[in-house]
Design a protein around this ligand. Structure first.
Ligand code: SF4
Length: 368
């Protein structure tokens, strides 16, 4: 009887060992599986029949079900809702990059999230489950297979969809290894960013396993004692300790971390808050010798899982500008992240479980 091993969740080495086939053969099969081929259609002329039969006996091929797909009318963002075998939807966003035909994919790592950042729609859902390796990889595969223009390809991946990736760190690490494997989608690890609310054990695990992957950390509020009000995770992992773990990775890898700062009107957008952020950045440079890339994210007002609006507003343009100026006055430039797809709920912090009503509007599967 076949096991429930899902073949797209295995690296070539794991496939070779589990199926007891030569590594060269496993690499060819891995490549075909990752690029969307279905095993029965693979001709034994390119793969030894005995190897193909062993892999077929080893496990199954699964694909995500596309529940819904929405293209923004404001910009070329596309949001997808996929579901695994339990039918619980999770969301993925295709983000166009500056260079035509290049895309980044914002992927989910969990259905829901237990971290409960107060400003985040996903945080109101609670955690349903961790995604499996093949479900994380499958989001990027599906987006990649949907790119039909010549030369179009997935250039990067950002773990900033639903869920706290480092609460599912082992599977996220395994998925990154598969996504970056040269025989597969070959996404450069330097173009993969793992964004965390600050789970220190996970930061250390990623830093050790994947030193080339970039880290992003959600700052929330740099002022001592203020962060906890909007990010309860700070009660367990204090920002000072989180930044130390991020700094150690930066010092080892040489890659500047991204500091994501979601501006909330009247909460963390004051000149004092900007000064506190700049002081944290200066202390970080002094200790680790690397300047963080500060990314300011205008907030997208959103309703939580119960349909009620979350109690936060977007900062006004003049407040945002003043905040930037305060940072600059202390020697820190910042970028204002264009958070696209606002009309389809694809922007940062807007990903939330689809309602039953919307879930019934099914579309055919994107992949194969
Ligand atoms: S911002 Fe990220 S970590 Fe925080 S609740 Fe939302 S999904 Fe979870």
């Amino acid at each position: 009887m076949k096991s429930d091993v899902v073949l797209s969740g295995l690296l070539p080495e794991e496939l070779a060992e589990a199926a007891d086939i030569p590594l060269s053969c496993a690499r060819r099969l891995f490549s075909r599986i990752q690029k969307g081929s279905v095993l029965p259609e693979i001709s034994p002329s390119t793969i030894r029949r005995v190897s193909l039969d062993r892999v077929k006996a080893l496990g199954v091929q699964r694909e995500l079900r596309l529940v819904e797909q929405a293209a923004s009318s404001l910009d070329p963002f596309i949001k997808y809702a996929f579901a695994g075998p339990d039918d619980k939807p999770f969301e993925t966003v295709r983000i166009p990059l500056e260079k035509t035909g290049r895309y980044s994919v914002c992927v989910s790592s969990q259905v829901g999230c237990a971290i409960a950042c107060r400003f985040c729609a996903t945080g109101t859902m609670g955690l349903t489950r961790n995604l499996e390796v093949w479900e994380i990889v499958g989001q990027v595969q599906a987006v990649s297979q949907g790119l039909t223009a010549p030369q179009a390809r997935v250039h990067g991946v950002v773990f900033q969809g639903m869920g706290e990736p480092l609460a599912n760190a082992a599977r996220v690490i395994a998925a990154i290894r598969i996504l970056s494997e040269p025989a597969g989608l070959a996404i450069d690890q330097r173009n993969i960013t793992v964004c965390t609310s600050g789970l220190i054990p996970g930061i250390r695990a990623v830093a050790e396993a994947l030193p080339n992957v970039r880290l992003g950390v959600s700052i929330g509020d740099a002022r001592e004692g203020k962060r906890q009000a909007i990010m309860p995770i700070d009660e367990t992992y204090r920002l000072t300790d989180v930044l130390r773990a991020v700094g150690e990775h930066a010092r080892g890898s040489g890659y500047a971390p991204m500091w994501a700062y979601t501006l909330l009107a009247g909460v963390n957008d004051s000149p004092e808050a900007a000064t506190a952020l700049a002081e944290r950045a200066a202390a970080f440079v002094q200790e680790f010798g690397i300047r963080p890339r500060i990314s300011l994210i205008p907030y997208n007002p959103v309703a939580g899982n119960d349909g009620r609006q979350l109690p936060f507003e977007r900062s006004g343009a003049s407040v945002l500008e003043l905040f930037r100026e305060q940072l600059l006055a202390k020697g820190f430039g910042s970028i204002v992240r264009y958070s696209g797809g606002g009309d389809i709920g694809a922007a940062c912090g807007q990903l939330v479980q689809l309602s039953e009503k919307r879930r019934t509007r099914e579309l055919p599967s994107a992949s194969r």
